[in-house]
Design a protein around this ligand. Structure first.
Ligand SMILES: *[C@@H]1O[C@H](CO)[C@@H](O)[C@H](O)[C@H]1NC(C)=O
Ligand SMILES: *[C@@H]1O[C@H](CO)[C@@H](O)[C@H](O)[C@H]1NC(C)=O
Ligand SMILES: *[C@@H]1O[C@H](CO)[C@@H](O)[C@H](O)[C@H]1NC(C)=O
Length: 599
């Protein structure tokens, strides 16, 4: 045996290798110590420009980050200028609200801000924490975020046998909150909990049609009826697509994709000619057929249309079938549900019953919830090729109306429901005419000036005329939809008017809704200044209202709209692309062109 072979044999023995390694380490230290102070050890660290600044943390899910490699800008950094100060004020408001919740209500669902008591009104899994995680991340409140994680890590999503989780709300708030916080922070705990919850809610889809039931017990899988009775609701059926498809993408679980795509198949195949190409609010759970003749872009319909567009955006603009459904639906909304008041030219979108002759009978009710629509319209107009200009006109005009509801009100906050009307003695109809009629007239007379309903920034405050609506819901429930639309319009048009209007809304919130000792409260009557409040602070105030206001005022584009898609609870999810093997595995064919796998 050669000496070198013998030596090699000795060195390969584990104990000898450990001893040699220790000697080597001791050598390294002793060799450096005489001529180094401790700071020299930092020479071994990568140069500063390769370190992520603190508290600046990376953004994007692990798979996403390969493509994006864009760290989250530090929201604390640009701390000068009037808008940065306003963003800071919103961060302060968030802390006032959230610390009130932490002190008096955590880990229950929500804070009752007046009585300073906790309430478990949605499954009792710490709703306000889960719904707020991504807001805290975007605001740079990492200590609060980390404390929230500790609570989330404990959640088991269980409930007693006689209780039910409302499917729609649980998906958009809890599942959307977990997925978004995961995408931003990449903390695997969040994905694990999202996967648990996604599975626990799946029995909602165990109906003969595959459309989800209103509510489900997460332990025994029993389902229950809600507002839609035996039927399935339109918004319930579609407003789970983004969450479950992103979850399928992250986990590779086909069962998630199959459950929600079956719902889309029903929608693609449905014959809705009798309701003017709009989807009725009710669907048969038995056979998936459309039921009834009530159509709405507001409550119970709203986010169904939003999620048609956003499925296309979330999949890197590949799901063209969902996109086409969106375009067809929006054209029908603008044709049949969109009206203009006679004097102030306020554009609004309402709901209607379609009679047996196909005539739309509008209610002329306008709900604050419907004020999300300008955001969706603007996003569609900015991203879709070849959609008519009227999508963007309607976005601007309708957002103006939503703002008018705030600006007209003595408290500066908008009522929840109004009935649009005009008492034009001379005109046969007590209501304004369909917007398309005005539009046609405008085009025929040479398209002079702004399109009907669209206001240039300078022609705003016209509160001296009669309001042209009456209040039927007097309260303001800390709702986000109007500031959501301001945020999207600001990002898309760059018109600072939307920021200014958002600031007015924030000032009114501070005046009318802020509660001593922590929290904000819904307002009973928006026509009273300093009037009584409701003992409620819904989690959407933390998840949506304050997040959109913060994003409206930060100069840095923290959530670029070409890379992120907000779910309907304002939880941003990253744009992703299905690869060829995933499409084969999940059986994805509908309208999606596969992306070539890049090495
Ligand atoms: C998590 O659960 C454990 C055991 O039930 C409990 O001791 C702990 O306080 C919980 N942590 C949080 C942050 O809720
Ligand atoms: C859809 O339903 C209408 C009646 O509501 C019918 O006239 C039409 O033929 C149907 N279309 C298809 C493709 O089945
Ligand atoms: C519309 O304007 C006319 C003329 O200015 C006025 O007489 C009428 O009362 C107004 N109608 C409403 C509903 O404001």
């Amino acid at each position: 045996m050669l000496a070198s072979q013998y030596l090699y044999g000795v060195v390969r023995r584990p104990l000898v290798r450990i001893i040699l390694l220790c000697l080597f380490i001791v050598f390294l230290f002793t060799a450096r110590l005489p001529h180094t102070d401790s700071s020299r050890f930092f020479d071994l660290a990568p140069p500063q420009d390769r370190l992520l600044p603190i508290p600046h943390r990376p953004m994007g899910s692990p798979r996403h980050r390969i493509k994006v490699q864009r760290p989250l800008a530090d929201p604390m950094a640009a701390n000068d200028g009037p808008w940065a100060e306003r963003a800071d004020a919103v961060r302060g408001a968030f802390l006032h609200a959230y610390q009130g919740y932490l002190t008096h209500a955590a880990p229950h669902d929500e804070l009752k801000p007046i009585s300073k008591l906790p309430v478990d009104n949605m499954n009792g899994w710490g709703l306000s924490i889960v719904d707020s995680l991504d807001t805290m991340w975007l605001m740079g409140l990492y200590d609060e975020f980390d404390a929230g994680l500790a609570v989330v890590a404990n959640v088991t999503f269980t409930m007693s046998p006689d209780k039910y989780a409302p499917f729609f709300e649980t998906v958009i708030r809890y599942l959307g909150g977990l997925l978004s916080a995961y995408a931003l922070s990449q903390d695997p705990i969040l994905l694990a909990r999202a996967d648990d919850l996604g599975t626990a809610l799946l029995p909602a889809f165990h109906t003969s049609s595959g459309l989800p039931m209103y509510a489900v017990n997460t332990v025994n899988g029993h389902v229950n009826k809600g507002w839609s009775g035996d039927a399935s609701g339109l918004a319930e059926s579609l407003t789970c697509q983004l969450e479950y498809k992103y979850l399928a993408y992250l986990t590779g679980r086909k069962v998630y994709y199959d459950a929600v795509e079956r719902v889309m198949d029903i929608m693609y195949e449905a014959n809705v000619t009798s309701t003017g190409e709009l989807f009725p609010l009710l669907w048969s759970v038995k056979d998936g057929a459309p039921l009834g003749r009530l159509v709405s872009a507001g409550p119970n319909g709203d986010s169904a249309y939003e999620y048609m567009l956003k499925q296309w955006l979330l999949t890197g603009r590949t799901d063209t079938k969902a996109r086409d459904l969106y375009i067809r639906s929006v054209d029908a909304i603008l044709d049949h549900l969109t009206y203009l008041t006679p004097n102030r030219s306020l554009l609004y979108v309402t709901d209607a019953t379609v009679d047996s002759h196909g005539t739309f009978l509008p209610s002329h009710k306008l709900e604050h919830l419907t004020c999300f629509l300008p955001a969706t319209l603007a996003l569609g107009a900015a991203t879709l090729r070849d959609v008519p200009q009227r999508h963007m006109w309607a976005a601007r005009a309708f957002a103006h109306t939503c703002w008018v509801l705030y600006a007209d009100s003595p408290s500066g906050l908008a009522p929840d429901v109004v009935l649009m009307r005009s008492s034009h003695g001379a005109t046969p109809s007590p209501f304004g005419a369909p917007w398309v009629a005005h539009l046609k007239q405008w085009e025929q007379s040479g398209s002079q000036g702004d399109p009907p309903g669209v206001r240039s920034p300078e022609s705003v405050r016209d509160t001296d005329t009669a309001p042209e609506y009456t209040l039927t819901g007097m309260n303001y429930l800390l709702r986000p939809e109007t500031v959501e639309s301001f945020y999207l319009l600001w990002r898309i048009t760059g018109d600072v008017m939307w920021r200014e209007r958002g600031w007015e809304v924030f000032e009114a919130l501070e005046r009318e809704a802020r509660v001593e000792g922590g929290g904000y409260a819904s307002v009973n009557n928006v026509h009273l200044v300093g009037g009584p409040k409701k003992d409620e602070m819904p989690s959407w105030f933390l998840a949506e209202t304050l997040k959109y206001l913060f994003l409206l005022f930060t100069d840095e584009d923290l959530v670029p709209l070409d890379r992120w898609v907000f779910n309907t609870e304002a939880h941003p999810l990253p744009v992703f692309h299905w690869s060829v093997w995933e499409m084969e595995r999940l059986g994805i064919t509908l309208g999606i062109k596969p992306e070539e796998d890049t090495p």
